[in-house]
Design a protein around this ligand. Sequence first.
Ligand SMILES: Nc1nc2c(ncn2[C@@H]2O[C@H](COP(=O)(O)OP(=O)(O)O)[C@@H](O)[C@H]2O)c(=O)[nH]1
Ligand SMILES: [Mg+2]
Length: 178
Amino acid sequence: MTEHKIILTGPVGAGKSTAIRSLSDIEPVSTDELASDITKARKSQTTVAMDYGLLKLDGGETIHLYGTPGQERFDFMWDILTTGGIGLVLLINNARPAPFKDLAFFLAAFSGFIDKSALAIGVTQMDIADAPTLDDYYAELPPKYSNTPVFEVDARNKNDVVILVESLLFSLDQGLEA
Ligand SMILES: Nc1nc2c(ncn2[C@@H]2O[C@H](COP(=O)(O)OP(=O)(O)O)[C@@H](O)[C@H]2O)c(=O)[nH]1
Ligand SMILES: [Mg+2]
């Protein structure tokens, strides 16, 4: 049996907790309740420490899913959470004011981890904001990320999130074979 750890990150409201809930075969562990007074202006709940879920794939692999807190003030958690991970799923909320700023911020913040693992990007809330488009994202990505899969994802839709995770695993397989 193969076990892997994957990390989900992205800004507040990108759908990290929802994606882990959609994917997980167990009741996800979430610390959302603890944060009700920290970002009240933006959301009634947010993740201070992490989300955790477990996904069993048809191939027999078990994927441990860890969601990071979205706020910079908790960035001390990011190194802890990425340790031992095989890849990063970056969720970008297309309905935020400057999604490309979020993209640049998270690519920079996790560049060390991405360079030694793999990356897949899911753009959420495209039903609410249809621009930028996926083509715009591909054009925006720095050349070193030109092979990164970018998908439209609704975090509430299990199939969307499974495809994103599988694209990450696929790009890892490609890397190993190359
Ligand atoms: N309309 C829409 N809502 C979404 C989508 N993805 C996630 N959501 C919702 O966005 C909200 C924020 O998601 P949440 O998982 O709490 O974000 P987190 O801060 O990254 O953990 C939730 O109400 C989700 O149901 C999407 O693609 N479209
Ligand atoms: Mg959350």
